[in-house]
Design a protein around this ligand. Structure first.
Ligand code: ATP
Ligand code: MG
Length: 391
């Protein structure tokens, strides 16, 4: 049997140059997500074909269902001539146990002597003669698809849906503020989906936050890696700066100032890593630091675009997406984040920028911010969720 995987591209930008870049980026991403498998890729402007070992085919298809930029995935049979098309179509339809069917033929190779309609009619007749099935053109149990192309003839039944979106990287890079919560991994997924490559930034405050809390974030990153193939996490040692904030700022303002520091650090790391935007999991109104007043005071420290993919989603919508992408069960593990330790009783809901600036004059935050950036630890190997067993 000569099975191979045929990939149909997702949302393509129409300009010729973009199309080439889109497909090349998709190929690069597929190679990186499938790196543990044996396979070969061929492609043209319409399709991509992946040849692989028969016994790895199902697993590869599963991995491909997480690659952005893929619209449809088809496990198809490549055959040489009309007789072989008839044989394999009969075999596939028999194995599917369908009671009704229709044939759809697409003849891209006009040198093939039989027109599409006529070919569908002949093949349909052959299948009717050899199987106990009926034709149903409106709601068939199965559609037998035949594609006649110069490079070969392809026969297949159903097409599996791809995940859509743009290939990761075609939009450049963003820095994702990744905490152990529910929202930020979903935000990261949504940014990846639109073609934004991400590097993650995690603020840790040991000994106030535990190694389990950090491993939880790394596990979340490894799940995002299934959609990216080359995730990095920069871990920022935040303790010193955070303790200083708690000493120098009134308790109701500590979260506001702390988040301004996070943004300052994120912006510096973004410049260093050649990222164009900051991405985070803020959602309007979710907590005191995410009211519109808080957001504007916090956002005032940077001119870099801050993209908040879940800003307008309800918590339940975010949760259902987290379940779908596989991050939810990890996100709900009960470890403290630096934002939840020493949480003030009454964090300010409408912070005053003047006041914030005065608090920030109380200490030399610039050098502490620089220290955080300089002392970051970068983790790059996220194959196979290896942090799972550390939890
Ligand atoms: P939850 O799902 O419980 O709301 P969260 O991760 O959204 O968790 P928030 O306190 O709402 O936590 O923080 C808002 C956003 O700020 C997060 O989505 C994340 O992008 C960023 N953030 C918070 N804490 C950290 C951290 N320790 N490291 C990196 N980013 C953080
Ligand atoms: Mg949140």
């Amino acid at each position: 049997m000569n099975r191979l995987i045929l990939i149909k591209y997702g949302e393509l930008t129409t300009k010729k140059g973009n199309r080439k870049f889109f497909i090349q980026t998709l190929e690069k991403n597929i190679r990186s997500i499938l790196k543990k498998f044996n396979f070969e890729i061929e492609y043209d402007y319409v399709r991509m074909y992946i040849k692989c070992d028969e016994n790895e085919l199902e697993e590869i298809v599963k991995a491909l269902q997480k690659v952005f930029g893929i619209h449809g995935i088809v496990i198809c049979h490549k055959v040489n001539n009309k007789d072989e098309i008839f044989d394999i179509a009969l075999k596939l339809l028999r194995e599917s146990n369908a009671q009704t069917f229709k044939v759809e033929t697409n003849r891209a190779d006009k040198q093939f002597p039989i027109p599409s309609m006529e070919f569908s009619r002949q093949l349909g007749g052959y299948l009717l003669k050899n199987l106990n099935v009926k034709v149903d053109v409106h709601h068939p149990d199965q559609i037998v698809k035949v594609e006649i192309r110069r490079e070969g003839n392809f026969v297949y039944l159903k097409e599996l849906p791809g995940i859509g979106g743009y290939p990761v990287g075609i939009q450049g890079k963003g820095i994702l503020m990744l905490s152990g919560g529910i929202d930020s991994p979903v935000a990261g997924y949504l940014a990846l989906k639109r073609g934004v490559d991400i590097e993650c930034l995690y603020f840790e405050s040991p000994p106030h936050t535990s190694v389990e809390a950090k491993n939880k974030v790394l596990t979340l990153a490894s799940i995002l890696n299934e959609y990216s193939g080359h995730i990095k996490v920069h871990v920022i040692p935040f303790t010193k700066l955070q303790e200083e904030i708690y000493k120098k700022v009134d308790s109701e303002y500590v979260i506001t100032v702390m988040r301004r520091m996070m943004y300052r650090i994120a912006e510096k790391v973004a410049h260093e890593r050649k990222a164009k935007i900051i991405i985070n999991g803020e959602s309007i109104g979710q907590v005191a630091s995410q009211t519109l007043s808080s957001m504007s005071v916090i956002n005032a420290v940077t001119n870099m675009p801050v993209i908040r993919p879940v800003a307008c989603m309800d918590k339940l919508e975010i949760i259902s997406l987290a379940e779908k992408i596989g991050t939810y069960t990890t996100s709900i593990l009960p470890y403290e984040d630096c934002c939840t330790i020493f949480l003030p009783k009454h964090p300010v809901i409408h912070p005053n920028l003047e006041k914030v600036l005065n608090f920030e004059k109380n200490f030399d935050f610039e050098s502490l911010v620089d220290e955080c950036v300089q002392n970051k630890e970068t983790i790059i190997n996220f194959e196979n969720n290896e942090f799972d067993d550390l939890l």
